[in-house]
Design a protein around this ligand. Structure first.
Ligand SMILES: [Zn+2]
Length: 440
């Protein structure tokens, strides 16, 4: 029997954490945060808080159900904060249990550990290559299968057990034209399907979208289509996107180079994600520069405001996050943003009430300053209904436990699974945070 502890991410998009138990040994997959639960409290300093206080806020998963069990490994699927952001808070409770992930993921997780101020994290962390099978106990092994998402080195985490594989597919999309050249490893997924998948744990965030998620190549085309036209007269061009979306940033840098402008990336998180990507050869910064310290940001923005037509600014703040560069610009800080500027949102609004409200405030302030706005030059990194159908066909899992979503998203997934011949309660299980599904 395999037990699946659905610890976090089964009632929300955020704070993902799942644990797989076989014969009293556990592998944890992901330890994420839910940022909006931290941000609603203006006085909260995440780095200085205990895991108990953060659990009370609903900001990190409540893992108490597995605290006293034998955990043999922690596996990280990819580097987004809703998957690795609670590492520094929760890993110390499993002292010396090794943490595995792909190189970009582990480098980002190490950054989380370094900035932690409350706990000391001593767990060893290992960079694992795609295809490598890490035997973590006599019965259990971990494998990371290459997949495409919106951050480099994303993986499906496969836990090999004597009863078959458990495949954790949060987050992914099947991108067959990724501009960075990353490809889903269809061959390996098919093989794993033939070897036998006992349980599939897929994300469900966008399963209600009746389509296949478009390739990142279409986002590139949307951006090029906007920026390249005869008679472009814009002076200030300011774009904003996810700091971890390296493919998108690379596209923007290329566009700037082609337009004869210098791409200038401004904001701490942009510098962090591109810095590590550069170390790993995942981004080419030729022609671009990244600025992070407050003094450098002020100096650079002063220079840019004198000759806007020479630059393409890439800034943080696409969700209107407090303290982000675009949010501060809209409030009249740092830069005299106004009717000489066009702001391009290469990001959708993350659908939670806090983001929606913050983005509304941001857009209203920009509009009041006479800024021209172009929205939605973006495609999602999450799988839609037809990506999910592919995955079911490739893996032919015996059981499915949808994850990574609010209750309604999980049930939309269950509906899709029923279309594919599964039955809720028999081989599809909709769970909640803090519960456990026993799969025989
Ligand atoms: Zn993700």
């Amino acid at each position: 029997m395999i037990k699946v502890y659905t610890i976090g991410g089964y009632e929300e998009v955020g704070k993902n954490m799942t644990a797989i138990e076989y014969e009293n040994e556990i592998i944890i997959i992901d330890m994420g945060i839910r940022l909006d639960r931290v941000l609603i409290h203006e006085d909260v300093n995440f780095q200085q808080m205990s895991s108990r206080d953060l659990r009370k806020l609903g900001a990190i998963p409540d893992d108490t159900s597995i605290r006293n069990k034998k955990v043999v490994a922690i596996a990280l699927s990819h580097g987004h904060l809703d998957h690795i952001g609670a590492i520094a808070k929760l890993a110390p409770h499993y002292s010396n249990v090794p943490i595995y992930g792909t190189p970009y993921t582990i480098k980002l997780a190490k950054g989380e550990v370094r900035s932690e101020q409350y706990f000391e994290v001593t767990n060893p962390m290992y960079e694992t290559q795609y295809g490598e099978i890490v035997q973590v106990s006599e019965n259990l092994a971990i494998e990371f299968v290459q997949i495409t998402h919106s951050i480099p080195h994303s993986s499906m985490v496969v836990i090999h057990t004597p009863e078959g594989a458990v495949v954790y597919a949060c987050d992914y999309k099947f991108d067959n034209h990724n501009p960075l050249g990353e490809k889903p490893d269809y061959k390996r997924l098919k093989e794993i399907g033939q070897e036998g998948v006992k349980i599939l744990i897929p994300e469900s965030t966008r399963v209600a979208e009746q389509t296949k998620t478009p390739s990142e190549a279409s986002a590139k085309l949307l951006l090029e289509d906007f920026f390249y036209y005869e008679g472009m007269e814009e002076k200030g061009l300011i774009t904003t996107t996810f700091a971890s979306h390296i493919a998108r940033l690379q596209e923007l840098i290329e566009i700037a180079n082609n337009m004869g402008r210098q791409a200038v990336l401004i904001g701490r998180s942009l510098a962090k994600y591109t810095g590590i990507a550069k170390q790993l050869g995942l981004i080419k910064m030729k022609g671009a520069k990244a600025v992070r310290s407050p003094a450098a940001v002020q100096k650079t923005l002063r220079e840019v405001s004198q000759a806007r037509e020479n630059y393409l600014l890439i800034v943080t703040g696409h969700q209107g996050e407090p303290g982000a560069i675009l949010t501060r610009m809209a409030s009249g800080e740092l830069y005299d943003i106004g009717k000489n500027d066009t702001v391009v949102f290469s990001a959708g609004v993350i659908p939670n009430p806090l983001n929606i409200a913050q983005r509304y405030a941001l857009e209203t302030k920009l509009r009041m300053r006479g800024v021209r706005m172009v929205k939605d030059l973006h495609v999602s990194g999450h799988s839609s209904r037809e990506d999910h159908r592919y995955l079911i066909k490739l893996l032919n899992p015996e059981n499915i436990i949808p994850a990574h979503g609010e209750f309604r998203m999980l049930t939309y997934y269950a509906e899709l699974a029923e279309e594919e011949g599964y039955l809720i309660g028999r081989d599809v299980f909709v769970s909640r945070n803090g519960y456990k599904v026993d799969v025989r």
